[in-house]
Every structure is written in structure tokens, then in C-alpha cells.
Write a protein that binds this ligand. Sequence first.
Ligand SMILES: [Zn+2]
Length: 184
Amino acid sequence: MVFYLLKKDPAELKELGSRIASLKDSLYTCSECGNISEADPCPICSDVLRDRGTLCIVEDIEDLVSFEQAGIYNGVYHVLGGRVSPFDDEELSEESVAFLLSHIRALNAREVIIATNPKMEGDLTYYTLLEVLKEASGLREDLKITRLAFGLPVGGSIEFADRMTLHTALESRVEATLGKGDIL
Ligand SMILES: [Zn+2]
């Protein structure tokens, strides 16, 4: 990184330096979703074109950014900012659970998508969240709780998939619909 910066124009470097120095002063944690942005609420929470009935729970902001960069999701997010990981002695704090539940209630969400990572910590976090949601009051009776599917990477091949990936792909299989317009 230093070599890259040394090639830059000095004025540009100064500008970059002052931006880095003021980074923390100009950023806020969104009081609705936990995202970080230059405004509170963040641009996602204040976007009226977003579907505020669908809430996607992510472990951290990097995961939110990945969804946003992909441009594939039009609901809102909730950043947990933590996970359940016994090896690292990590738990979901009471505050973070309360923050999540108040967000779901405020939105009167129809669907909560639990987008934790497909690994052990993500599984534990998923099951912990399921328990939390099952026992919570003030949520919609018909609240739909979903989890991202696991499976084969798009463009990959079955031949090179490991046993665990094949197993989860088989478990996450979806039913084909033979509606009009389907290519057979
Ligand atoms: Zn937000």
C-alpha cells in the first residue's frame, strides 16, 4: 500500500490524509439498522423505494455492502455486528438482540431473511436468532423467517464440489415448476 501511495501526487495524498483523519467524525452508525454512513438514518433506511417489510439480517457491514454491490435486493437490512462463536467466546449481546427486535417491530416486517455465513458460527447464530424470534412478542403472527440457500457456486461444477457443499446443495434443493414459459 505504501508503494502505491508513493506514486500519488502530493496534493492528492494530503487530501486523502485529511479525509482519513476526519473519517470517524463524519460517519454515523444508523440508529435503525446499524449500517455506517454519513447520515442517520442511512440512505438505505431512508430510501422510500425500498421494501420496508423485508428485513435481511447480516453479521456485519461488509456483508451488507456485498448485497448492495450486487444490486439484487430491495428490502432493508439489520447489521448484527456480532455472531455466536463459542471458540472466540462471542455471543449476541442483550442490547443487540433488543435492537434487532425493536427494528422488526418498528417495520412490522413480513419477512426476516437470516443471511448468516454458511459456516459453523453462522449456523449457531442462525439457530440463536430463530429462538429469539420464536420467543419474541409483538411480531406479526404470519412473520416469515427464511435463510439463504446453500449450494453449488454458479458456474462451478458438481465434479469439483466438496462433500459438504454437495450435501447442503442436495438439502437446499428447490422444487421445479412446470409452468408455461419454462424451458424443458
Ligand atoms: Zn440504516
